[in-house]
Every structure is written in structure tokens, then in C-alpha cells.
Ligand binder design. Structure first.
Ligand code: SF4
Ligand code: ZN
Length: 729
């Protein structure tokens, strides 16, 4: 490391550690050592400290040890002309800095009430971590940028943010330059900032940047299944970050000592620093996969330079529309005041319907609008809408229609200024005045669909035509035809059983994060993230025969009740790095499926009830198991088999094969109201089908109790069938 940087980083670290010590002393006096650190729902406490020191900071008093350790990492500040032959001292100073910053930030959570307000978000809950983590896992998000400081102008800030969003990079913002932070500049320009839009303002102080490194550390512990502990574990977590978490720091504006020290902390994680000023470069690569510090980069070039340095794989396709687009714009809303036109919602009939045709029946690239275009209607117009997509391809199959159609939602959410919710005939589409002013037309919806479908599904789709109808006289009769089509698909899917096929599909997408995890997806059990069912696996395999989804021949049946097959066992053993020898699809007690970190819900056995509880990942409260979702997730995740616990996709609950070897749906004694609402009528229908129409009313939830003893009383009072079934374990 350049001696200038090393000197500045060590100097900065001394200052920060001293500041943390001061603040800790004050807090000890004011609040006392047993006052708790009240972070929003998390099982990782202060995550960098946990990951690196194996120490759970729960109370103010726990911070003493942290800062004592920081002190030991600090070498005396070298005089400016002293040559430091190696990085070690500066890197240690960087680590000491991160610990001290986490203490400073953590102390803010020792006082009552959320310490952050306005645009600033501060600490992240585990629920958000997992939701965003899945995007990193499945590649929707190629990496994240920690932006430290502010830009010379508001326009430059907006441009940088948009350039990063367009590449689907998650943007964390902290610190400021001359009193101005990038996030405040975006706020001034009216840019929507939250986790949905990939723009996350952590805090105005430089210390808030440590939340970004905490995010990285937690990713390793959540998705990599790396347990914190001693030095070895700490090294593994750092290595994991270097190899799998594609992150970098954008240093904006003048770099002071504290920023140097923070940057040195980030370099420990293998995250390179890209600066807009002429700070000394550190080009030879050692700890980072590529360069450590690259400087003097113009704001326009920052995103592409960062991508190059970090080696991110990003595909930006150019689509011929007049607005920006990308997954980062998916979460953006179009407010009523900004509305040019809207379709559906509760106002008009609107639907989308995709079908396959013969190759000669589709004219590729034909996009037609039948009815008024955007310029023909007043602002805030409400129109009916039918989006007819017709595709053809040599390898296209009828079964893939629903998969392609399901993608319409995310594809049409991508253009900036277009909001799309729902699917099939329950959709709501809004286009903003800004998009209209930029020249966005209804026909561009077709352009987007054609480009993205061809791009994402090149192996199964060769030709596409799109027709957009905006007159009621066309839309209404077609709505009935589409309905018949949806019904037909549902029937076909409903008839498909695990017995009716000889092949299941694997999913190994999560191995980039949980190296031993394999999902086995059957017609009656979808992937635990809820995003992939058997048909998706089949289509993905057609699209990319060497990708993460492979066909797995069931082979000889070993146990039809527990769901064991020789072919599946062999596959899972081979693909889990020989860590999972036996696998049963229908039992959570014997050789259950492993879980990565993406599960939509966790099912776990509740001793004393004869049953199981199911908790969804949005639920932050306590459960009758005496654990929150976050603490359960720690037990379940990381790719190991944990009898009595499974991570599941929500829809698995209403499958005939839901823990069928262990007693099935009858075993469910408690489930969150979120889940009850999400399953809705389907849960009622399923209970009816197993001859227990009153079961939904007997399943408790958090509004009834989160206490195991009270739950048992409740179950006895309502006569829940699980009580008579006997203990599961
Ligand atoms: Fe990960 Fe399983 Fe979902 Fe695939 S199906 S993305 S392996 S959780
Ligand atoms: Zn996963």
C-alpha cells in the first residue's frame, strides 16, 4: 500500500478509535453497561464485530472488549517519510476502524427510538438482507457499490445513481464531502431512495459506511453458512467476500483520514476503492482480486471502471426505448400526481396473455397498438388494456407459456417511469408524465417485451409479435378467451404429480452462496425460495443445458412414502460435495432437504404439540418455538440438513406432498397471519380436500399466542387434530 495512504489510514484509525472510546465512556456513564443495543430485527448483532471477533455485542458493556482489541491493532502513526514495506499495519488499522465505527453506530441504538430519520435508513433488518441477498445469489444484482461522500453537483449525483441503477448495482450511500452527501443530492432531485430502488442511504457520517460492510459480513454468514468464531472463521468470511460478494467502494470528493481508514477496512474484505480524486493508486493486486485503489476516475467512467476492476459480469442489453431501464427501476412507483395514463387496477379491465404459435404464424418484431396511443389521451386517463404476446420457437412448448408470461411483470417494471403490478388479468400498469415527455409510447411496452424475452429466453423463443389493445370493444371479448386459457393451464399444472413424471429438476443457483446446497424441485414441491417450480426448472434447462438446473432421473424407488429414490440420492450426494448422502422429499424429520438462506418460510417441529409451526421471512415477532425467524434461519440455513427444521417455498404448504411422510397439513398448529393471508382460499380448499374443513380456524397464529404453553391450551380448546397424532420426534 502506498505509504501516503497507509499513513493517513493509520492516522484516521487512531482518531476514530479515540472517538469511539470517548463515546463509549459517555454512554457507560449515562446508560450503564447493561443497557442493550436495540438493532432492528437481526441475529447478527453488530455484524462486522461478530464476523471478525466472534463476539456478540448485546450490551454497551460488551463494547469495552471490542475497543481494547481495536487498540491492539493500532500501530503508532508513521512519520510521513517512513516507508511501509507491506500492507499489514494499514489493513489492521482499517479493521480497527470498522470495529470502532460499529461501536459508534451501535451506540446510537442504545438510546430509545430509532436513531435515524428522514432519508437515512441506518441498520438493516435480516428480512431485508435476505430479500436483497437472493438477488445477489440469482444474479439479478451483480454486486454493490458503497458510495462515500458527495458529488460536485446534484446533476452529477443523479447521473451516477442512474448509471449504477441501470447496471442493477445496489448502491449504499454514507458520509459527505464538504457537508454534502450523495443521498441528500438525490433527495433534492426527487429521486426515490429505498431498498426497492437499489438506492440505500445509510447515514451522513462516515461511520455509517460500516453498515455496508456489515451487510457483506452477514451475507457470508447467512448465505455462505459460515459461522463466526475465531481467527480462522474470520479469515474464511473475508475470503468468501473477496470471492463471492462483488462489492466496491466509490470514494467521492476529497478523501480525509477517516475515509482512508474506512477504505483500508474495506480492502480487508477484498473490496477495491475507486476514487474521483487523485489519491495515490495501489495497482498490484494482492488482497483484492484486482487493483486495491484506482484514482482520478471521472464520474461518468466510475461505474464501468468499477465493474472492470471488480470483474463483475453485467449484461446491459440496449433496448430501443426513450427512457432508462433496469431491475433497479422495478421497485419504483408512479404517483398519482405524476400520472400520464393508467390501466387496470380497480378502474378498468386489463390483462396480459402470452401464447405460442407456429413459426410461420408469427411475424417477429411486429408491434401494433390497436386503439388510442399515449398522445391521443389526456393526462391521468384510465384505459382498458390487453397485451397479447405471441411467440414461436423450435423448442417452444405449451408448458412454457406461463413461465414467459410470468416474466411480463418484471420486464414491464424495468423502464423508468413505468409501474407494473400483478399478473394475468389482475394487473395495474401506470406510465408517468416524465416517461411520456421523454417520448415513451404504448408501443414501447411491446418493444420492451420483445427485446427482453428474446434476450432471456433465446433457446426457446425465436420470434415474437406483440399487440396492444386499448379499446374496451376489443379488450372485453378477449378477456374471456384469456380466462379460458389461464384455467386450462391451471388444470394441467394441477394434474401433474410427482408420480406422473420420471424426472425431477435440481437447482444449484444458490451454490454460489451456499456451496453444498441443492434444491430438488418436483411437480409437487417447488424450490424453497418460491421462485422456481418444476416447469421453471424444465424451461431453464432447455434454455441453458449446462446451467444451474439439471434434470435428475428418479431411478429406483427406495421409499415411496418418505420420497426417496436412488437416482436422486446419487445426484444430491455428487452435487453437494459429498455432504448429503440421503435425501427424502416428503419428510422434515428424516434426511430433510437442505436449506440455503432464501427460504420464504421455515417449518419447525414444536415439541409438546404433536405439530409444526410455519413462520414467513417477513415476520419479525416471537414464535412459539421461542425463536424469531432470524434466529431460526441461523439454525436452518447454510446448506446443511437439520432434522425437525426445513426451509420452504410458501406454496409447498398446500401441496399434497407437504411433509406427507410426517402427517401432512394436519400437523400444522401455528402459522403467521402473513402466511394465512397469502395462502387464502387455497388453504381452505386444501383443508376441505383432506376432510378437515375447520382446520384453518384451528391453526393458531401470532394474534392468538406466541407462547408454547398457551398454544397447547389453545389446541386442546379447539380440538386440533395434531394433538391426537402424537409427538413427531
Ligand atoms: Fe436457490 Fe433453491 Fe431457489 Fe434455486 S430453487 S434459487 S437453489 S433456493
Ligand atoms: Zn438460496
Amino acid at each position: 500500500m502506498s505509504k501516503i495512504i497507509a499513513t493517513a489510514a493509520i492516522r484516521g484509525a487512531h482518531k476514530i478509535v479515540a472517538r469511539a472510546e470517548e463515546q463509549l465512556e459517555l454512554a457507560l456513564k449515562e446508560l450503564g453497561p447493561v443497557a442493550g443495543i436495540k438493532l432492528p430485527d437481526t441475529a447478527y448483532n453488530l455484524p462486522v464485530i461478530l464476523a471478525m471477533m466472534g463476539l456478540r455485542v448485546k450490551k454497551i458493556g460488551d463494547m469495552r472488549e471490542v475497543l481494547q482489541h481495536s487498540r491492539t491493532l493500532l500501530k503508532p502513526i508513521p512519520s510521513d517519510n517512513l516507508w511501509l514495506p507491506y500492507l499489514g499495519d494499514a489493513l489492521d488499522a482499517g479493521m480497527a476502524t470498522l470495529f470502532a465505527q460499529e461501536v459508534i453506530e451501535g451506540l446510537k441504538y442504545a438510546r430509545n427510538g430509532g436513531p435515524y430519520s428522514g432519508i437515512w435508513l441506518g441498520a438493516t433488518s435480516d428480512a431485508i438482507l435476505r430479500e436483497q441477498g437472493i438477488k445477489l445469489v440469482d444474479g439479478r444484482m451483480p454486486g454493490f457499490a458503497a458510495c462515500v461522500g458527495g458529488l460536485p453537483t446534484t446533476e452529477a449525483a443523479v447521473k451516477l445513481a442512474r448509471d449504477l441503477q441501470e447496471r442493477n448495482i445496489l448502491v449504499f450511500m454514507a458520509s459527505c464531502t464538504n457537508g454534502v452527501s450523495m443521498a441528500e443530492q438525490l433527495e433534492e432531485a426527487g429521486v426515490e431512495m429505498n431498498w426497492e430502488t437499489y438506492l440505500v442511504p445509510y447515514g451522513k457520517e462516515t461511520s455509517a459506511a460500516v453498515w455496508a460492510l456489515g451487510f457483506a459480513a452477514r451475507a457470508a454468514m447467512t448465505f455462505g453458512g459460515l459461522a463466526p468464531g475465531g481467527l480462522r472463521e474470520a479469515r474464511d468470511i473475508l475470503l468468501y467476500n473477496k470471492q463471492r460478494v462483488n462489492a466496491f467502494v466509490l470514494a467521492l470528493g476529497e478523501v480525509d483520514d477517516e475515509k482512508y481508514a474506512t477504505a483500508a477496512g474495506a480492502i480487508n474484505f477484498g473490496f477495491p476503492v475507486i476514487a474521483d480524486t487523485d489519491i495515490p493508486q495501489i495497482l498490484p493486486s494482492g488482497i483484492c482480486t484486482y487493483e486495491h485503489v484506482v484514482s482520478g476516475i471521472s464520474h461518468d467512467d466510475m461505474p464501468s471502471r468499477a465493474i472492470e476492476v471488480r470483474g463483475l459480469k453485467i449484461k446491459i442489453q440496449k433496448i430501443d426505448i426513450p427512457v432508462r431501464y433496469g431491475t433497479a427501476f422495478e421497485g419504483e412507483r408512479v404517483r398519482k400526481d405524476d400520472l400520464a395514463v393508467e390501466f387496470g387496477g380497480k378502474y378498468t379491465t386489463a390483462f396480459e396473455y402470452l401464447t405460442m404459435r407456429k413459426l410461420d404464424e408469427v411475424e417477429d418484431g411486429k408491434i401494433e397498438v390497436v386503439g388510442p396511443e399515449i398522445d391521443d389521451v389526456e393526462d391521468r386517463a384510465q384505459l382498458p388494456l390487453a397485451i397479447r404476446v405471441e411467440v414461436a420457437g423450435r423448442k417452444m412448448q405449451k408448458d412454457f407459456e406461463s413461465i414467459l408470461e410470468r416474466h411480463i411483470h418484471s420486464f414491464l417494471s424495468m423502464p423508468m417511469g413505468v409501474m407494473h403490478l400483478g399478473q394475468r388479468n389482475v394487473i395495474w400498469l401506470r406510465i408517468s408524465k416524465q416517461a411520456k415527455a421523454a417520448g415513451f409510447k404504448f408501443r414501447h411496452l411491446g418493444v420492451v417485451l420483445r427485446s427482453l424475452i428474446l434476450n432471456e429466453f433465446p433457446a426457446i423463443v425465436d420470434k415474437i409479435q406483440v399487440t396492444i389493445y386499448t379499446k374496451a370493444e376489443d379488450v372485453e371479448p378477449m378477456a374471456a378467451v384469456a380466462q379460458a386459457g389461464y384455467d386450462d393451464r391451471d388444470r394441467r399444472m394441477g394434474e401433474m404429480t410427482d408420480e406422473s413424471v420420471d424426472t425431477f429438476y435440481s437447482c444449484q443457483l444458490c451454490q454460489s452462496y451456499a456451496p453444498n446446497h441443492v434444491c430438488i424441485i418436483t411437480p409437487e414441491r417447488l424450490g424453497l425460495c418460491g421462485a422456481y417450480n418444476w416447469l421453471d426448472g424444465k424451461a431453464a434447462y432447455e434454455i441453458n443445458p449446462t446451467g444451474g438446473n439439471q434434470p435428475v432421473l428418479k431411478g429406483e424407488i427406495l421409499d415411496p412414502v418418505k420420497g426417496k429414490w436412488r437416482g436422486i440420492n446419487e445426484f444430491v450426494y455428487a452435487r453437494s460435495n459429498s455432504s448429503v448422502e440421503h435425501f427424502s422429499a416428503y419428510s422434515m424429520l428424516e434426511d430433510p432437504m437442505t436449506s440455503c438462506g432464501c427460504f420464504e418460510a421455515i417449518a419447525c417441529v414444536l415439541p409438546g404439540t404433536g405439530g409444526v409451526m410455519i413462520v414467513d421471512r417477513e415476520f419479525q415477532g416471537m414464535t412459539p418455538a421461542g425463536m424469531t425467524f432470524s434466529s431460526l434461519a441461523e439454525v436452518v440455513g447454510g446448506g446443511q440438513q437439520t432434522p425437525g427444521f426445513i426451509g420452504i417455498g410458501t406454496l409447498y404448504v398446500i401441496s399434497k406432498k407437504f411433509i406427507s411422510a410426517d402427517g401432512g397439513l394436519k400437523r400444522v398448529v401455528w402459522m403467521t397471519t402473513n402466511l394465512k393471508n397469502r395462502l387464502g382460499d387455497k388453504l381452505a380448499e386444501r383443508c376441505e380436500a383432506i376432510g378437515l374443513p375447520d382446520l384453518p380456524g384451528k391453526i393458531a397464529d401470532e394474534t392468538i399466542t406466541d407462547d408454547l404453553e398457551k398454544l397447547v391450551e389453545h389446541l386442546a380448546a379447539v380440538g386440533h387434530p395434531a394433538l391426537e397424532m402424537g409427538e413427531m420426534i
